[in-house]
Design a protein around this ligand. Sequence first.
Ligand SMILES: *Cc1c(COP(=O)(O)O)cnc(C)c1O
Length: 368
Amino acid sequence: MQPYVDDSLPNTKLESIVAETINFNFPLVKINESIYSLELFHGPTLAFKDVGARFMSRCLGYFNRNNNQKVTVLVATSGDTGGAVANGFLGVEGVDVIILYPSGKVSPVQELQLTTLGQNITALEIQGNFDDCQAIVKQAFMDGDINAKLSLTSANSINVARWLPQQLYYFYAYQQWQQNEAPVVCVPSGNFGNICAGMMAFASGLPVKHFIAACNANDVVTNYLQTEQYAPKQAIATVSNAMDVGNPSNFIRIQQIFNNEFSSLKNKLSSISVSDDTTKKTITKVYKDYNYTLDPHGAVAYYALEQYHQQGYILETAHPVKFPDVVEEAIGKKIEVPNEVKHLFEKEKQSILLSSNYNDFKEWLMNK
Ligand SMILES: *Cc1c(COP(=O)(O)O)cnc(C)c1O
């Protein structure tokens, strides 16, 4: 990480931030002879976003250490981002976090992760969908009254501090990779921050035979690699909802790693778009054949890697318990709740219910 940080952080500080960021396991688990799973869900909120959120929160806390004014992090979430950000920032001094999530549209584990932390974390339960939450956040960033009163910042993956540390687990995977040939790496992709981190790791020397960007019905990059036409679309809702992105903001960074040369990018990166129906069938099949439970995002990646017919691994980006409706129907039984989140069910949800009207949000924030 040091070359990316240069002297903006002292080395000892960087070391302690990295140590705190990755103090959980990243096991590479064998599913069958050709496909392994890099499990990124052993962090506090059971999603790979823990890595980026923990790194970013600690950096922000450090950079803000001498400021008198508090920083307010505003995030809209469809589930995973909010939980990871909230958990990463819990107790970080000088930072308040406000999370907007769509009422009734996140799973029980996700909602508890958002609403039971307390301290500097406030959860706003918006009576609307994810787009309503995001629209409120976007408008707040442009609102003169709010910006005169508060110092706002965002925590999405446009911010390089979110995805730079994600390079580290690709190196951990290689440490565990026991084959002679370098692996094909298949990444379930939405905003393309995760796969961008993998390609940065490759650019700095990590052996990777080929990358596959596994997408759901949101197929902008899949189409681009076939046609060389980049045509953003409205996002389509799918069962792998953390990847419902119609215009992935990190793809341009990947193009720059390859000097904007289409043919060299295409040599290293393939992309497949996988339907919801295939995603669910893949969860069923992998459970039956190999007794391994995929979450919907991992299932998209599994199917994509299987089509490629070479040895490699998928990134399993979230624990299946975060998507119980889809997974339990596909495997025909209840998912066991992992010990890491059992305690959540003893806590009480604390959220503030607001309409999706911007003025209600503004009034609440200005009087906070
Ligand atoms: C955010 C997320 C993704 C997509 O990651 P990007 O970096 O946006 O491509 C995939 N799976 C899960 C579970 C996620 O939460």
